[in-house]
Design a protein around this ligand. Structure first.
Ligand SMILES: Cc1ncc(COP(=O)(O)O)c(C=O)c1O
Length: 423
């Protein structure tokens, strides 16, 4: 993937640059002008970045195997326009709720290539999946086996539902506990001890057709070895035609350590499947973060600069548009969109009524002033997805930029939206 990043860290969308006056350009658009036109906070998505990363995943798989599918873990950026772009690029879709399923259908994914996940799927969600013709349900627990069987047999079509069985391989990647899912004591999937009985149970069901296994060990993982060990761990469970290896590839949020290349991540997984499970398997992968995180930046406007023990630069957003720093201490970087560089150590604070509402604890800004446009890169994954209305703050718009054009794909919420559901 080619990228121009003169003086920009690896966290910025592909093709971003600083112009001769030091102003940030995204998808051919000036960031400060975007802030003026669309207001702040705003998520700015570089469409070409989304497409290039999707192609990088597909190309990497195609280079190693002929039978594969790349699924977008839509929880990372559940936005119709993003889904539409990825569907256009030939990506399939992982959904983890009825709502994500509705979005995936609206985004144009073929229902056959949608996989329904979740550790607490309701009967309504399973019925929606059946009615929509969802290709695969990923079974998480024994109660769900009963529930899905009842749904399949109680209303047409009564053809068996294809399923995968999610197993927890008891392998930990190095990541925050909140996003680690492969350990034995996880709320997700069947344990290694419980999996054989579940496999037998599903194989004996007339309503379900077991096609393979699924695993997902967690998110924001930089080492490839845990991915390999997880595949090795499930080998004793038997021979299946399909194996879904989950997502988890880490991304760059800052200038810090470089994540593995997509091609290396794919090679590690495919080679391990072939070595351990045998050749001829259909391999599925479910990247979320690695497909969308770096496509997007958030723009804010500085509302105040206060100096006490620290310098506090307060902006017009915060934990309502980026919850990750507050949820699990995620580290982001920040810059002034038309004055890159350091100089003033600062805490980039949000506008919310919690002391923990700090977007970047250790920012370095160039003499920050009220009215400056601040940019935080790598907000495409789990940003819009986790946005909320704390303090009655309307959620930001999503704006696509491409070749110098900008268009709103999700409008900014209004105060009227805040009481739209009042009964
Ligand atoms: C089942 C499953 N697959 C894929 C993903 C995507 O993970 P990531 O965004 O780290 O690629 C997740 C994330 O939570 C998940 O739960």
């Amino acid at each position: 993937m080619a990228a121009t990043r003169t003086q920009l860290s690896q966290a910025y969308p592909l093709g971003s640059r600083l112009d001769a006056d030091g102003r940030l350009q995204l998808g051919g658009c000036d960031a400060v002008e975007l802030a003026r036109e669309f207001g702040t906070p705003a998520y700015i998505v570089v469409e070409e970045d989304l497409r290039e990363r999707a192609r990088a995943f597909v190309d990497a798989f195609r280079a190693r195997t002929s039978d594969f599918d790349v699924l977008f873990a839509s929880k990372a950026f559940p936005c119709t326009a993003v889904l539409r772009v990825l569907a256009e690029e030939g990506i399939a879709c992982d959904v983890a709720s009825g709502g994500e399923l509705a979005l995936a259908l609206r985004g144009g994914f073929d229902p056959e290539r949608i996989y329904l996940h979740g550790n607490a799927k309701s009967e309504d969600e399973l019925r929606l999946a059946r009615a929509s013709g969802v290709g695969h349900v990923v079974l998480d627990n024994a109660d769900e086996i009963e529930r899905l069987e009842a749904v399949v047999t109680s209303s047409p079509p009564t053809t068996p539902q294809r399923v995968l069985l999610r197993v927890t391989p008891d392998v930990r990647g190095e990541t925050h506990a909140a996003i680690s899912t492969g350990q034995a004591d996880s709320k997700f999937g069947f344990s290694m001890a419980g999996a054989p009985a579940a496999i037998e149970r599903v194989r004996g069901s007339a309503a379900l057709e077991l096609v393979g296994l699924h695993l997902h060990i967690g998110s924001q993982i930089f080492e490839l070895d845990p991915f390999r060990r997880a595949i090795e761990a499930i080998a004793p469970l038997g021979d299946f035609g399909v194996v879904n290896l989950g997502g988890g590839l880490g991304v760059a949020y800052t200038a810090g350590p470089e994540p593995p290349r997509i091609a290396d991540y794919v090679a590690a997984k495919v080679d391990t499947v072939e070595r351990v499970l045998g050749s001829g398997k259909r391999i599925l992968d479910e990247p979320g973060r690695a497909l969308v995180a770096n496509s997007t930046v958030t723009l804010y406007t500085v509302q105040s600069v206060k100096r006490n023990v620290s310098t506090w630069v307060a902006v017009d957003g915060g934990m309502s548009d980026n919850l990750r720093p507050m949820l699990y201490g995620s580290v982001y970087e920040a810059q002034i969109a038309d004055r890159f560089g350091g100089g003033t150590p600062a805490r980039l604070a949000g506008k919310h009524c919690e002391s923990g509402d700090v977007i970047v604890c250790e920012a370095e800004l160039a003499d920050p002033r009220v009215g400056d446009v601040i940019v935080t890169p790598a907000t495409g994954a789990y940003g819009h997805a986790m946005a909320n209305n704390y303090n009655g703050v309307p959620r930001p718009p999503v704006v696509f930029v491409h070749d110098g054009d900008a268009r709103v794909v999700v409008r900014r919420e209004t105060y009227e939206d805040l009481f739209a559901r009042d009964a």
